[in-house]
Design a protein around this ligand. Sequence first.
Ligand SMILES: [Ca+2]
Ligand SMILES: [Ca+2]
Length: 320
Amino acid sequence: MRLSRFTINATLDWIDPASEFVLIQQYDRHGWHNGGGMFFGPDGFLYLTSGDEGGSNDQYESGQKIDLGLFGGVLRIDVDQNPALGHPIRRQPQNPADPPAGWPDSFSQGYFIPDDNPWLDLGGSILEEFWAIGLRSPHRMTHDPVTDTVWIGDVGQGSREEISVAYAGANLQWPYREGSIAGPKAMPDPLIGIDQPPVYDYPRNTGVCVIGGFVYRGAKWAADLEGKYIFGDHGVRNVWTLTPGGAPLIDFVVNVPSGGTGSKNGIAWFCANPTSPSFRRRCRSTIPATTEPCACVPTSTPTAPSVTARTVPTRCSTPG
Ligand SMILES: [Ca+2]
Ligand SMILES: [Ca+2]
């Protein structure tokens, strides 16, 4: 797992691969459950997610630790290294085991820790990057600027897919809970952070792999979507909205046609268009961007037939 900074060549308008500066290098023993979202918050800090390293049942027991590796949570760091707001790194991430020959050791550099991160220790016993913990395989994390809320879709293991709201000090419960049901491991005692159930979760007859999206703040579909959290499911390719508040209201929006070859051909992420009052979604590269409910740009590899425009979202069903 690696977090790097690259420099954009202003003349050529591309990212210079030779400019890579590694901020976080974390040896990760498993190919599953890695990063899934990042953004700069209104505080100017970089927020990024990491998964529980991989495997089943949090097999490496990484989801509830904040002193070994940078796994299973939301990290919050200051890449500007402002001494008025933060301090230098006091603890290095560890190798969870010996890396294979030639594999880089874990390290971190080139950023500060915000002084108001929730878990700090002058003695250097804590990876102070953690802002929230208890994530399994976050896809994805976004920030709603109107309510200053951080939304995460966290992919479940075998039973539940969940939407969670994270905040400083939140423990989002994996692996002692999977969505709203018991998880494969016991709840730690004492518990790190504040025990925080999901906002919403759904069972396997509704979907199998949640893909978190955005709270809609555009103009084009404001009548239908303003303030609603848009999310989907990679496996069943449905898109829904979640209306926050109390028991959240879930509305079906659209089913995205499958396309391409292989098993990974569903929704992969949503993205906001900063220059247009709309949002757009893009699936795996074998599926072109659709034109609804968003004004989209073509993908770079539109090999499948174009998806036609869809109707305005309607209230059809409530999953789960
Ligand atoms: Ca992994
Ligand atoms: Ca959870």
